[in-house]
Design a protein around this ligand. Structure first.
Ligand code: PHE
Length: 378
């Protein structure tokens, strides 16, 4: 028996897999897939986005669904790994037979999955990947956020015009397409303002010791340190920056947006600035309603990712409602036509490159709250 089991088991498993592949889909539901970092060092990105998407879809289903069909969301965890993002996107398309994909947050993971969606002609909407290359993959790939040439300019402009900072240092994550791109875009605008870059150093996601780079940066006496990374590393970098005695103002981008940032960075991150997609302090009626509904459902305030998830779902549902049939081609065509969609993160118009042109906000870390500072328009 012991000898037989290793041979029988794969057979039984393959039966199970082929059974699940051919499982009958309910014709009265619309299946949408989401691939997200539900675990790992960027888990709050996936969890917040998932919550935002579900909030929107629940509202749609409560009103009877779309064209008489209920929406079913299938979320798969990619653990924050690009190779897993590609694997689960394939599973969502081939086994779960989804009509469209929502995801990812991190640009590197969107870039890993987008070629698959494009090849299979499944519309994919990234809620918050900001690297320009994501939508360049093909005509089935969309996003509902601004892109990094703009985001980098926003922060460089804020540093120069509002804070009058001249000497900046950069610390970028070499494993992240987002981080590398955003650092470059920030530097380009900063130089246009006549500012100087006194150090441009790097780390890799997963690193925990940044003291060598920070000591070198400190010796160059920068006014500011720009860290276009994700919250786990940024929190640690902030702590160690203060430990080595670096006093520069800390600045970053949307990747800082997490309730965990202050938990990890503590007092060291206090007062730092970052660019983001929205502020939950906005007094727009859409935002007030959204914040209220989200709080009622999840007992917490929505971050930018939750808001972007909510809007990504909204744009997709609008396209499905307006499509002449349920083919992915018709849905893609409607996505390309989205104009002046009033989302909670602003007005969304999909341009000819399938990106959204939107304003950005600058916020300042103030304990667990990110205080609204200013809005910058494209
Ligand atoms: N814009 C980041 C990227 O492209 C992802 C991100 C968006 C992270 C919003 C946090 C908040 O990788």
């Amino acid at each position: 028996m012991k000898l037989v089991l290793p041979f029988v088991l794969p057979f039984v498993l393959s039966l199970f897999v082929s059974f699940s592949c051919t499982k009958k889909m309910n014709p009265n539901e619309i299946r949408i897939g989401q691939f997200a970092s539900m675990t790992g060092s960027e888990a709050t990105f996936g969890i917040s986005t998932d919550e935002g998407i579900r909030l929107f879809l629940d509202e749609v289903n409560q009103k009877g669904g779309v064209k008489g069909k209920k929406i079913k969301l299938i979320t798969m965890d990619n653990q924050g790994k690009p190779e897993e993002a590609a694997a689960v996107a394939t599973r969502l398309i081939e086994q779960e037979k989804v009509l469209a994909l929502l995801g990812e947050v991190a640009s590197s993971r969107s870039l890993a999955a987008a070629p698959i969606a494009q090849l299979k002609k499944i519309p994919m909407i990234s809620p918050s990947s900001t690297n320009p290359k994501v939508t360049e993959v093909g005509d089935y790939i969309f996003r509902v956020c601004f892109i990094d040439p703009f985001q980098g300019r926003v922060m460089a402009r804020f540093a120069n015009e509002n804070l009058k900072l001249k000497k900046v240092a950069i610390l970028r994550d070499l494993k992240s397409d987002y981080s590398i791109g955003l650092a470059d875009f920030f530097v380009a605008t900063h130089k246009e303002y006549g500012g100087s870059v006194v150090a441009d150093l790097s780390y890799q996601s997963g690193d925990v010791d940044f003291k060598a780079q920070l000591t070198q940066i400190k010796s160059q006496l920068p006014d500011a340190l720009y860290i276009p990374g994700y919250y786990t590393e940024v929190g640690l970098i902030a702590r160690q920056a203060r430990e080595v005695g670096l006093k520069a103002i800390l600045m970053g981008g949307d990747g800082w947006d997490s309730e965990k940032l202050f938990e990890i960075g503590g007092e060291s991150i206090e007062g730092a600035y970052f660019s983001n997609h929205y502020s939950n302090e906005s007094t727009l009626p859409e935002v007030i309603n959204f914040v209220q509904a989200y709080k009622a459902k999840y007992q917490k305030v929505p971050d930018g990712l939750a808001a972007q998830g909510y809007d990504a779902a909204g744009v997709l549902i609008k396209a499905i409602s307006e499509a002449k049939d349920f083919t992915t081609k018709s849905i893609r065509e409607e996505l390309a036509k989205i104009k002046n969609y009033q989302g909670v993160t602003g007005m969304i118009t999909i341009d000819q490159n399938r990106n959204a042109m939107k304003s950005a906000v600058v916020v300042q870390v103030s304990g667990k709250i990110n205080k609204y500072v200013t809005t910058i328009n494209p």
